[in-house]
Write a protein that binds this ligand. Structure first.
Ligand code: SAM
Ligand code: DTB
Ligand code: SF4
Length: 335
């Protein structure tokens, strides 16, 4: 082992002597800098202590209200201000949404996540989404919604409708955030997450990697997530999908192993969370996805579309899991 690696190991051992949370950015960065075999081993140990390492959760996404968003998130094809070819739609009718949820369930999804391109929903939007939540829940699926910033009463209304999870991402490290989004603050996101927790809805919160951030900033994002008290039950790690027309369309590629390292530290710092290998799988290829599963990812978005961009074909996902000897949650083979 070289002297840099020895230093990295010493820094990790030092960090481990302290309580796991709060995680300092330095401790997470030291984990990230470990020799890859060492990092993967540690992530796998934590994964096996908490989950069946062969099982992957399937969550299906549906964009129930697409495009026309007033925000300026630099990565997002749904921001009205960028010319991305996404046209704005109204909120979908319940019958259409329930048909999509039934199809997702039949294909093997256990969680159904409804996304809306809102900065923050109006109370009458919450009433309509509550109806959708009740309908999807009646199908026996876990429900998730991502609707933008919420007030306390809105989070409570969704909880009363039976919402299981609310997705609201921190997206980046606090110190990088201002380069990506200017129309709302990091603190606004933390406030929404607080309202979701107070209402008793489980938190789905992660971020995007590959937006030009440094390794330290990736570590800082993970530290922020891990230090939420309690940390999120679901942690989506998205790889930037570069969409023509957005400011990040020509962003330089991130080394795929950096993405794998980010998944591994998410697993180590948030042992019982579902770490979701989220956007960007189509561009990643099978080998990188497989490494992400080995690093502790145990959930994917399943279905041919994310919100507006393409996801792998469902048959390809089933084939990949088969090749790896893995299986969807609740479908462990009998032998
Ligand atoms: N408007 C709501 C909000 O921002 O919270 C909900 C929908 S928004 C599209 C949900 C998340 O999708 C964002 O927080 C971001 O993490 C992710 N996302 C959007 N565009 C993306 C892209 N091009 N690549 C990767 N992730 C993306
Ligand atoms: C999350 O973290 N990733 C999903 C979900 N939560 C809502 C969204 C990914 C969107 C990718 C770009 C698109 O398809 O529009
Ligand atoms: Fe709007 Fe959400 Fe896209 Fe930001 S990420 S532009 S808030 S839809």
């Amino acid at each position: 082992m070289g002297s840099t690696e020895v230093q990295a190991m010493a820094a990790v051992q030092q960090a481990e002597k302290q309580a796991a949370a709060p995680w300092s950015v330095a401790a997470v960065e030291a984990l990230m800098a470990l020799p890859l075999p060492e990092l993967m081993h540690r992530a796998q140990v934590v994964h096996r202590e908490n989950f069946d390492p062969c099982e992957v959760e399937f969550a299906t996404l549906l964009s129930v209200k697409t495009g026309g968003c007033p925000e300026d998130c630099s990565y997002c094809p749904q921001a009205a201000r960028y010319d991305t070819g996404v046209s704005a739609t109204k909120l979908m009718e319940p019958a259409e949404v329930l048909a999509a949820a039934e199809a997702a369930k039949a294909a093997g999804a256990t969680r159904f996540c409804m996304g809306a391109a809102w900065r923050s929903p109006k109370d009458r939007d919450i009433e309509k989404v509550s109806e959708l939540v009740r309908g999807v829940k009646a199908l026996g699926m876990e429900t998730c919604a991502t609707l933008g910033m919420l007030e306390g009463g809105q989070a409570q209304a969704l909880a009363d409708a039976g919402l299981d999870y609310y997705n609201h991402n921190l997206d980046s490290a606090p110190e990088f955030y201002g380069q990506i989004i200017k129309t709302r603050e990091y603190q606004d996101r933390l406030d929404t997450l607080g309202h979701v927790r107070t209402a008793g809805v489980k938190v789905c919160c992660g971020g995007i990697v590959g937006m030009g951030e440094s390794r330290r900033q990736r570590a800082a994002l993970i530290a922020q997530l891990a230090n939420l008290s309690p940390y999120p039950e679901s942690v989506p790690i998205n790889h930037l999908v570069k969409v023509e027309g957005t400011p990040l369309a020509d962003q330089a590629d991130l080394d795929p192993l950096e993405f794998v390292r980010t998944i591994a530290v998410a697993r180590i710092t948030m042992p019982t969370a579902r770490v979701r290998l989220s956007a960007g799988r189509r561009q990643m290829g099978e080998a990188v996805q497989a490494m992400c599963f080995m690093a502790g990812a145990n959930s994917i978005f399943f279905g041919e579309k994310l919100l507006t961009t393409d996801n792998p074909e469902t048959l390809d996902d089933v084939a990949l899991l088969g090749k790896l000897g893995m299986y969807p949650r609740g479908k462990k083979p009998a032998h």
